[in-house]
Design a binder for this molecule. Structure first.
Ligand code: RIB
Length: 311
């Protein structure tokens, strides 16, 4: 098992499913709801864990009752809770999620809460694990100082550093410089480059712009179109397996968590992208975010059935 460090968010997802989503000022009757563990960081950590990684998640929850949903999830999964920190000033982060049952698509409002309190010292408390891990990963759902410290420690110990720049927002100057893998989706790519991505040639143009900002390898996640990879010389477009989407919440997180494991296991890049696509695809076939992450056996089966790749 390869060790993966994830400096990221813990969020409680409150999802409501409806046949159509309300417009401003409207109330719509929903079909059902689901309260569960989420957060981009923790979803990715769960996906990595279920994909066969040995995960250390560094993040922050509050002292409120919702926090127990997170710790119960880690308990049930058998995931390390060593670096789950507790904020005395902010409640556990929450996300309000509306899901259109016809398309499986969602709209999310996320409030960072305790995630915004993650400090440099919190990240440094895990320094011993940075020294012997395979991959360090993070997103943009915690404090800027925790993200910068995460990058600093990853580079200090020459660890492969993967950043999922979500949710998009203004970032400290130079943040992308030296990142090994940057994994934006289409909207994030447009936000950071100004280039809308709608085909392979625009994906390449946007990736070239990201490389010019110091990123070494770009993995654009393109939803139903799969993933696009560019490292300055090799270019790949890998379509995903076709599945019926029940809930797309956390699909990008699933893909990132799976990709981290594939890279940690040193799979060739094309196989790693296929593996990640399978984790992402399987996650949308179930409701919820962290609880919907697939297990390694399911991923390996789909990898073989769809791509004829045997690990
Ligand atoms: O990427 C999906 C996640 O974004 C949800 O689980 C929600 O918590 C938000 O952070």
């Amino acid at each position: 098992m390869k060790k993966i460090i994830n400096v990221g968010s813990f969020i409680i997802d409150f999802a409501c499913y409806a046949n159509s989503l309300p417009i401003a000022g409207e109330t719509t009757l929903g079909l059902r709801s689901k309260l569960g563990a989420g957060g981009k960081g923790s979803n990715q950590a769960t996906a990595s864990h279920r994909s066969g990684g040995d995960v250390r998640m560094i993040g922050k929850i509050g002292t409120d009752s919702l926090a127990k949903i997170i710790t119960d999830h880690y308990e049930q999964e058998g995931m390390s809770q060593e670096y789950i920190k507790i904020s005395q000033t902010n409640d556990t982060g929450v996300a309000l999620i509306e899901i259109d049952t016809k398309s499986g698509q969602n709209r999310i409002i996320v409030v960072k809460g305790a995630n915004a309190d993650l400090t440099i010292e919190d990240v440094q408390s895990a320094e011993k694990d940075f020294q012997d891990c395979e991959i360090v990963m993070t997103q943009l759902e915690t404090s800027a100082e925790s993200i910068l410290e995460c990058k600093k420690l990853a580079q200090k110990y020459h660890r492969t550093f993967l950043m999922n720049p979500a949710p998009f927002q203004d970032i400290p100057q130079g943040l992308f410089d030296g990142i090994d893998y940057l994994t934006p989706n289409e909207t994030e790519t447009e936000f950071f480059t100004g280039i809308p991505v709608n085909d392979q040639s625009s994906a390449r143009k946007a990736s070239e712009k990201l490389l010019s900002m110091g990123v070494k390898k770009v993995v654009l996640t393109l939803g139903e179109h799969g993933v696009y990879y560019f490292d300055g010389s090799m270019e790949l477009l890998v379509p995903p397996p076709k599945v019926t989407a029940v809930d797309t919440t956390g699909a990008g997180d699933a893909l990132n968590g799976g990709l981290a494991v594939a890279l940690a296991e040193q799979m060739p890049i094309e196989v790693a992208l296929k593996f990640a696509n399978c984790v992402g695809a399987l996650s949308v076939t179930k409701a919820g975010s962290s609880p919907a992450m697939p297990f390694r056996s399911e991923t390996e089966k789909l990898l073989y059935d769809f791509y004829q790749v045997k690990l």
